[in-house]
Design a protein around this ligand. Sequence first.
Ligand code: AHR
Length: 514
Amino acid sequence: QPASVAMTVAADGTGPTIDRDIFGQFAENLGTGIYGGVWVGEDSPIPNVRGIRSDVVQALKELNVPSVRWPGGCFADEYHWRDGVGPRAKRAVTVNGSWGNALEKNDFGTDEFFDFIDQIGAEAYISVNMGSGSVKEAADWLAYMTADRGTTAGAERAANGHPKPYRVKFLGLGNESWSCGGAYTPDYYVDEMKRYARFARNLNLEQQGTDNPAGGSVAGSDPMQRIAVGPGGLDTAYTEAVMKAWKAHDWSWSIEGLSMHNYTWISWPPPFSSIDFGEREYAMLIKDTLKMEEMIRVHSAVMDKYDPDKKVPLVIDEWGVWLAKLPGSKDGFLHQQNSIRDAVIASINLNMFVRHAERVRMTAIAQMVNVLQAMILTDGPKMVLTPTYYLFKMYVPFQNATRLPISFDAGTYRFGEVSVPRIDAIAARGADGKLWIALTNVDPNNAASIDAAVAGIRARKASGTVLTASRVDAVNSYDKPDMVKPQPSAAKVIGGRLKVTLPPKSVTVLSVME
Ligand code: AHR
């Protein structure tokens, strides 16, 4: 008999909007994340549209991906955008020094990136090169992307096939500048950041902020958001320096986001395997994931000090499970499998972001295809959707939903030294008007029986899906792509109460109808 868990959902309550940007993705020029995973080239036998593989695009469209961060990561600080525009045959061939010294033929550059995000219906999050580039290089790139075709930069873009300016919704001002992005001290970073924030301008009138080139105060209808480098651990030095500067900013520059990176990895280099593991590794990585809560709490407290009205979002633009590379895969390609464990971990992370939705308004999981905690794995023409892909698909109804109060007795899952909450849950009023509940049972051995009061509505019916597997290390492979796939949930409403049994190591997403 599964243990019973009492729960109350305030369907008539209210809360902040769960910004759909929380479900963003990161796609770096790294390993086969882009080359092979997204880009196969126009002459490939793999079905593609202008070189971008159609199976991957089709799958990503179903996730309603809000934004894609590109070209890095560490690679962004060695990327020179001019290498990747114009006729492909004439593009520079360079070396990806950050990731395995792979040959970078620059076939996938700015115009290919915008074609890709257009095909999947996402917005652009461009990271400019603050490490080995210059303010002028970044400003020129912005001009190429956003200026009217009447300018020289816009005319060059038009000559490359894109007369209309692109939309750059988010601009990353460097990446991990405390490490691979230049190892800057916080104060040095802040001085540089101000120059980039001032001069790397979006020239698309709709996307200009109050610091437009005329120095006036007329903001466009949809201003670009500039995201400063923030913390990658519990050290608050960058958070302090950037937020202190933000508080004192004048009309000439600003930022509209502070980045934070946090991976689930136990220690460096990541010791755990993505395949053939047991309950110990499962339990330890679940525990390691919970450090995200402390990261958000510690850095939000610093942000609150300078920005009590929460104007600046905390942008967690790198998160996910970072495991040892798959045997036989190349060094520096960060290629790993993806199991039911990773989907459970993604749900725990997303639930934390939702609980902090007032401050956490954008994130990007690392990374979209073939790299780290990927949605999709490819091998030549083969493609497989991972458990994390299905988890993201199940969470689509939470995009731009209104968070609702939910309370429950989480209980405890124990293994050896590990002791973590057994049940996790969030509730929201979807943009579709429906009540949505996500329920995670972390315990890999025991089911849990949920008995939920749904306050404020006369609940009559519930339906949804559940993602689970028989083993903690269950994965989808090219041979067996359906090992971890959502199945219909047997949730019921009896006497106005929601009743559902959560299988061990599972995530269930339900809509409850009146
Ligand atoms: O996601 C892989 C790498 O992790 C990124 O390039 C870097 O920013 C981080 O250290």
